[in-house]
Design a protein around this ligand. Structure first.
Ligand SMILES: *[C@@H]1O[C@H](CO)[C@@H](O)[C@H](O)[C@H]1NC(C)=O
Ligand SMILES: *[C@@H]1O[C@H](CO)[C@@H](O)[C@H](O)[C@H]1NC(C)=O
Ligand SMILES: *[C@@H]1O[C@H](CO)[C@@H](O)[C@H](O)[C@H]1NC(C)=O
Ligand SMILES: *[C@@H]1O[C@H](CO)[C@@H](O)[C@H](O)[C@H]1NC(C)=O
Ligand SMILES: *[C@@H]1O[C@H](CO)[C@@H](O)[C@H](O)[C@H]1NC(C)=O
Ligand SMILES: *[C@@H]1O[C@H](CO)[C@@H](O)[C@H](O)[C@H]1NC(C)=O
Length: 371
């Protein structure tokens, strides 16, 4: 343990929890100074803060009761500094149409229901939405660590809730999407256009395959865009990765879009980032508030996990369950990428406003980039 890391031991007797815990935990948290938040910031090698925590978890890094996770990187000064990204006043919508992809790519998820309700003198409408079918912001109740997908092994961010809390009659508001709706999410976004880089090399790729993107490729994409991935990112940034998903999906004939959800399990693959310690290290050191992409999961699917530090882990597990870092998926990055290439500039101001649903799991992000 690095001498700069000041640890406060909060609780040791986890047996007092009236809930099943996969391992006895020793809850420790970082002491930090609100006006100097990175003063004793743990490096990737110093994660987790206690060996009883799951793989590279950032539990306790923002305090043992924290519910905001990586959104804590967004400070007032982060938003204020990002105003310099607005130079032309062009606002670009990053959301897909809420009904897209249609049909949903996961066949157990129902399509959007949109009903018009005519009344005397005015019209209402009603939407019924599975928040995982279109552009979406995964909240912290969505994805815990688990060792074999078994609910008894679930471990949510900061160990604040269990599966039973979520599905109990009373439910729980802890780690709900209202936190990410009420926080006020804005700041600086950075686009890495992996698909554009591949096209620049005349390299072909299939977004419906299990091809993975490595961190060294992300460095090469940054270099191709004229950026240094080590020094370009600033704390609080929102990294958006274009994999070419929207472009290839839109180019499919309707009958192929219709059949996509029905590929057999082993073939139900989607291109995305690799699940590896190298990728986690690459991201952790950038102090990002969020990651996002145009594909279904940021990481490649199926995300059954890869061995990271001895356990099978997906990026979803470590990002959401471990770092409290949400993932924004199915973004529409086509116009943003075109604009960035036109301007030769890959950072922008962004805002996200999630639905203020108390206890919710995910939300359409209503994401906007402004250059
Ligand atoms: C917090 O950090 C600020 C700025 O570095 C410093 O002036 C202040 O003394 C620190 N407070 C504590 C309690 O350490
Ligand atoms: C920072 O922003 C928050 C939320 O808008 C506000 O409550 C707080 O007073 C602000 N802090 C400063 C120093 O302006
Ligand atoms: C998953 O792991 C837990 C804890 O080791 C064990 O109790 C459970 O039986 C396992 N479930 C499956 C389906 O393998
Ligand atoms: C890619 O293909 C185009 C058209 O055939 C060609 O002009 C260009 O030189 C190729 N670029 C590379 C990097 O191979
Ligand atoms: C990708 O799919 C191929 C063919 O199904 C398989 O042989 C390979 O192991 C898979 N690779 C990964 C990284 O899952
Ligand atoms: C990128 O920036 C880092 C940190 O400033 C520096 O050490 C490195 O040499 C730079 N890389 C390139 C290719 O310029």
């Amino acid at each position: 343990m690095n001498a700069f890391i000041a640890l406060a031991v909060i609780v040791t007797a986890v047996v007092t929890h009236a809930r099943p815990t996969p391992h006895p935990l020793t809850l420790v948290s970082r002491t930090f100074n609100d006006s100097d938040i990175y003063a004793n910031w743990p490096t990737y090698d110093e994660l987790p803060l206690h060996p009883s925590f799951p793989t590279r978890a950032a539990w306790g890094v923002w305090g043992d009761n924290d519910q905001l996770g990586a959104l804590n990187h967004i400070r007032n000064t982060t938003i204020l500094a990002a105003k310099n990204e607005i130079q032309l006043g062009r606002a670009i919508n990053l959301n897909l149409e809420l009904s897209m992809p249609d049909p949903p790519l996961n066949p157990v998820r129902r399509p959007l229901i949109h009903a018009i309700q005519p009344r005397a003198g005015y019209q209402d409408d009603v939407i019924t939405l599975n928040t995982q079918i279109s552009t979406q912001f995964d909240g912290l109740k969505h994805f815990p660590y688990s060792t074999n997908n078994s609910q008894s092994t679930y471990q949510f961010y900061n160990d604040l809730i269990t599966f039973d809390d979520i599905v109990s009659a009373e439910g729980t508001t802890v780690l709900g999407i209202q936190n990410a709706a009420q926080k006020g999410i804005a700041g600086r976004g950075v686009l890495l256009d992996w698909a554009g880089w591949m096209e620049s090399k005349n390299a072909t790729f299939d977004v419906f395959s299990n091809t993975t993107i490595s961190p060294s490729e992300l460095d090469e994409v940054a270099a191709w865009q004229g950026l240094n991935a080590t020094s370009f990112f600033k704390p609080g940034d929102f990294l958006v990765l274009r994999t070419g998903f929207t472009q290839q999906y839109d180019a499919l004939p309707a009958h192929e879009q219709a059949i996509l959800p029905y590929r057999a399990d082993a073939d139900a693959t989607f291109l995305g980032t690799e699940a590896s310690g190298d990728l986690l290290r690459w991201l952790w050191e950038k102090k990002l508030s969020l990651v996002g992409s145009d594909n279904p999961a940021f990481e490649a699917l199926p995300n059954t996990g890869e061995v990271i530090d001895g356990d099978m882990r997906s990026l979803h597990q470590v990002f959401i369950g471990g770092w409290g870092m949400s993932i924004v998926e199915y973004l529409n990055l086509e116009e943003l990428a075109k604009t960035c290439h036109e301007l030769g500039r890959y950072s922008f101001f962004f805002t996200i406003q999630n639905l203020n649903v108390v206890g919710g799991i995910a939300s359409p992000p209503t994401a906007l980039a402004i250059v």
